[in-house]
Design a protein around this ligand. Structure first.
Ligand SMILES: [Ca+2]
Length: 85
């Protein structure tokens, strides 16, 4: 998966209710789908931590483009996701 594909996946698939925001709950489910070997609790913690750290405008979700870009960088650095470009 490339970064662009990841971004598309995050905005079109992970955002389940299509409100333009990735909530902690949605990110939690996404983490489990990424195939990371996190248990439920670890995935929940990671989702919580990521939103806490990356939610720059403090609305409780990853929403604006810049936050999504940060999330992609975070996934790469913290979760070891490998992108193809
Ligand atoms: Ca936000």
């Amino acid at each position: 998966m490339s970064r662009e594909e990841c971004k598309k996946w995050l905005t079109e698939t992970v955002d389940l209710n299509r409100d333009g925001k990735i909530s902690r709950r949605e990110l939690h489910q996404a983490i489990q789908k990424l195939g990371l070997r996190f248990g439920w609790v670890k995935a929940w913690y990671e989702a919580w931590h990521a939103v806490k750290k990356l939610d720059i405008n403090k609305n409780g979700a990853i929403d604006v483009d810049s936050e999504i870009d940060l999330l992609i960088k975070y996934a790469e650095k913290e979760w070891g996701i490998k992108f193809t470009n």
